[in-house]
Ligand binder design. Sequence first.
Ligand SMILES: NC(=O)c1ccc[n+]([C@@H]2O[C@H](COP(=O)([O-])OP(=O)(O)OC[C@H]3O[C@@H](n4cnc5c(N)ncnc54)[C@H](OP(=O)(O)O)[C@@H]3O)[C@@H](O)[C@H]2O)c1
Length: 336
Amino acid sequence: MIRIEQTRQGLSALGMGCWGFGGDYWKKQSRDLNRKTLVAALRKGISHFDTAPAYGNGESEQILGQLLHKELLKGSPERRASISLTSKFFPTLPQNVYKGLARSLKRLMTDYLDVYYLHWPNDKCDIQGIMGELERARAEGLIRAVGVSNFTLAQMEKVNRYGRIDFCQTGYSLLWRYPEKEIIPWCMQEGVKVIAYSPLAQGLLKTRNLNKQYRDGTATRKNSPPLLFPAGDPRRQLIFFRDEEGLLDVLNAFEEVISPLFTLQHGSLNWLKGREGIKGVLAGMRNPDQVQTAGEAWINPLPEELVDMLDGISREYWRKLERINPDADNIWAHKR
Ligand SMILES: NC(=O)c1ccc[n+]([C@@H]2O[C@H](COP(=O)([O-])OP(=O)(O)OC[C@H]3O[C@@H](n4cnc5c(N)ncnc54)[C@H](OP(=O)(O)O)[C@@H]3O)[C@@H](O)[C@H]2O)c1
């Protein structure tokens, strides 16, 4: 069995994002496929599973809890200790922290969470009161660590005044390099562990042989955007689609470098694994094949020159994207 390396905190460095189990944003998939995907991940040695109540209004947590219980835990504390379960909440009132936590623990069929993240910031909430409740939950053993997600530097500094932040979960990929500027350096300085999400930019960063399709006429620049994601797919709201031409250009450039020997998903995960300050990566694997590809990509390094070339192309693209969207600090440009 190939083991995915573990960080000292027990999170496997390659984690499985379980947003897809919720089926809201992603196309709903069968319970059987979810089970097969989870079993494949466990077999690969993946032991870090990330979810949130927001993913399908609790459905992702529930499915993950039930499947894990059936496939692995079976009430065994030793088996529970061998995996990391992380979930999140939207900060509102301090008295809601325990209520939300109790619901998540119940759905996940567990006594504790390894990391409990503030999913998104809320500048209007009583952050001091919320951090107080989280510290209480930590002292009572209901959570092992506190994390923030999608926070700006100023928001993290504020939280840090009222309690300890252990983890920061942020979008980060060859297409999205926003956290490099302030977030990652600050986390490194403060000893906060950075976990990168959407490493494949939600499925954009995978080999589609676009160049070949252009050459043989299957794809044209006109029909390529739907070829990336079909009409109606919510991922077309991602900020990259504000400049579709630029997106196609950069994906073509990546493919030119990486194909035919390797895949773009391999390049993307390898690039991310080597980035300074990154302690873990959450990939949204949706089927056993994707688990297999991600696991293999994670443990098989690519030639350094290749990763450097991807990095160069990515840097140039990011400079342009930043110019087009100077205020966008998340990949959907959601207002905080
Ligand atoms: N804290 C937050 O606000 C936040 C936000 C986003 C995500 N997350 C976490 O991060 C996890 C991962 O992020 P994500 O799902 O947004 O993005 P992602 O991992 O970048 O993309 C997932 C998509 O990429 C494709 N894919 C995945 N593995 C593949 C492989 N090996 N080969 C080819 N294609 C592959 C699939 O798309 P197709 O089905 O189209 O092939 C899959 O649905 C989530 O599940 C969640 O736990 C957290």
